[in-house]
Design a binder for this molecule. Sequence first.
Ligand SMILES: [Zn+2]
Length: 460
Amino acid sequence: MTGTLFARDALLPGGWARDVRLEWDEAGTLSRVNPGAAPEGAPVAAGPVLPGMPNLHSHAFQRAMAGLAETRGHPTDDFWTWREAMYHLVAHLEPEDVGAIARQLYIEMLKHGYTSVAEFHYLQHDRQGKPYADRGELAHRVVDAARETGLAMTLLPVLYVNGGFGHKPLNAAQRRFAGTAESIADLLRELIGHYANEPWLRFGVAPHSARAVDAVQLTELVQAMEGIDATAPIHIHASEQVGEVRECFETQGVTPIDWIMDLAPVDRRWCFVHATHATDEERERMRHAGAVAGLCPTTEANLGDGIFAFAEHFGREGRWGIGGDSHVSRSPLEELRALEYSQRLARQIRNVSSSGTQPEVATNLWLGACAGGAQALGQPIGALLPGRRADIVVLDGGKADFEALAAPATLAVAMFSGAGNPVRDVFVSGRPVVVDGRHRLEDEARGGYRESLRRLRDRT
Ligand SMILES: [Zn+2]
């Protein structure tokens, strides 16, 4: 729908601008972004206006176990013991659960300022590990949840072949993820045909990780994707865990990102999710290729993964974005805060994500994550610019803490002094999806989510 909005302060790609009149067309694409303008009848935004944030990494179903793996089960609990808890949930999910959890999650994400998501979709089969009558059953559930809630999506069906390095067989839980390069390419063709007229929805592909695909399957999938959509996003988990890096080195003779980059024509389509333990050389290779580092700071902290060398990557203008991953947080402000804090703790200095030209940390972080997220999702988003989608976040300028503050300080307070949600209004494709802090489906979605949790917690 066409629309207009007048922002006393708006965050444009070059920084904050005053008196910006935004205008979008019937398709929800920004047609004019004019600083120094008058409202000319446009509604006036209730606070500083930001480009909507892309969430570049999500496993929606994991929302149902957020905060539920915080009891010691083993003296050295780590990612691998957390994964056992996650597999326990996987074993009990029915399609209606997947839909209900995703709806709840997507509304929470919208309310906190995410306007699009890359869904890394690896739960494919039924509880016995058999394909559903419609093999896209669970993909349709998450796409439906996105459509109903108004969140834009890049759906990435995942190729998951092996249970670990050295062609380890899949275990019982992992059978729900099983596929081949051929079956994933077929699924993608079906989905792309089925959703031909949905401009908010794009498809890409995700070889799961160096431990779950071998060289042949990885190469086949990337080649098949070039025939389906040569510019589609390609995401892969890489170097999240020291154990994974070690095993990769022992079995393949190289570390995971090098292994992937030696095999595949990595370029700007690619997103290396986590990249936590990337070596200096691997980070440089990623940077030269124009690939995005897909950082998931709260999940990585929750899982005890380690700390990505963000200060170095940021300092060299490497591409990066943020993902909610396991959804222990649904807020981009929290993700960016965790990212900056990880660097401060590691380096014992403050205000890491800044530069001589842009000293404002929060502004830098929001703009960087928007740009990298847009690239990783392969959609025209992430900036308030003509030609980009009108995905817009309005902060609540009426909050007491924001009194008499300029816009950069308002965003800093929102990011670094944070109880409560400072987001007031959210637009996706120019459509208001969150108005005065409320999503129109939030009560209904919460009801469905509760029912689903009750069933799941009975079952498990
Ligand atoms: Zn992940």
